[in-house]
Design a protein around this ligand. Sequence first.
Ligand SMILES: *Cc1c(COP(=O)(O)O)cnc(C)c1O
Length: 368
Amino acid sequence: MKEIPVTCPSLPPMDEYIKEIESIWDTRILTNMGEKHRKLQERLKEYLDADKIDLFVNGHSSIELTLEAMDLKGEVITTPFTFASTTNAIVRKGLTPVFCDINYDDFTIDVSKIEKLITDKTCAILPVHVYGNVCNVREIARIAEKYGLKVIYDAAHAFGVRYKGKGIGSFGDASCFSFHATKVFNTIEGGAVCFSDDELGSKINCLKNFGIQRLDDVDMTGTNAKLNEFSAAMGLCNLRHIDSEIGKRKAVYEHYMKRLGGIEGIKLLKIQEDTDSNYIYFPVVFEEEKLGFGRDDVKSELSKYGVCARKYFYPLTSRLKCFGDKYASQPTPIAQYVSERVLSLPLYAQLSTADVDKICDIILKLVI
Ligand SMILES: *Cc1c(COP(=O)(O)O)cnc(C)c1O
């Protein structure tokens, strides 16, 4: 039986990559912000509409080092409907996550519930552009300004998304991206942070390179989070094909919508108004009280046919074992409801229409 994975990394044609890395044998510069790094940085800055950008070894360290460079202390308002990385970064930097609920409509932070969570310890808001859906950036900016808070977006899902014509790298004090193999755009492993403040940028840049800014001394207790030249070369290649990759994803998304749309109890991801999506995931909320079966039934039925679907996101990060019961009592009923019912179906550029049909047939058989 042919297996259908939930995701599949994009790769450029092999000879294109080989051509891209050839010059590395001349320069012998393998890392430490070489030519590939500089080129990729420039191209991404433009693509993401960023004022400034810095590249990282992965998305997670871009979040951690941004929090560190901002010198934050106290509480950070965030959502538990995300990948462990978001919450781990907050806790690993000695900060306390305060969990805000999400909208049922688009799964991003419910901005009407943020102000009630603000205390004199609140220092920042760290919302997630989950599944490529754009947070209510205007309202978040208003609240942040009113209370003097920093805004750091976890934009790991939102590479290439545009909102009202503006690139996703242009919002908040910083936006953190992941270029992991499974994301819309990859550098094998990698990440970036977009920002506009020069002082913040120089701190972030210093922290990713051991805190070294000059010869013979170290200014900050930094770490090593540099993106190497082979990864940057992969990024340069993948970026040339990004529009066509997103186009192929869009076709898969549209076929799913055609087959699964309009069924009572099956909630699909709508593309937000004024937004160019990147079609990163195809999450489906199976409202079991209406359907008579739940997402676990769908998951196990699909797996019988070799189709891998993922409970993305389950559990909520507020309930992860590593946090014990420290945060589990914070009520986020909508996030809880969704995490118990959501299943992400396979979506990647190479997924064929026939495979989408096969997946939809299996699900639709359960409905009847
Ligand atoms: C992938 C991801 C990250 C972490 O990125 P890495 O590049 O894997 O370190 C952070 N947040 C979210 C929401 C993600 O999906």
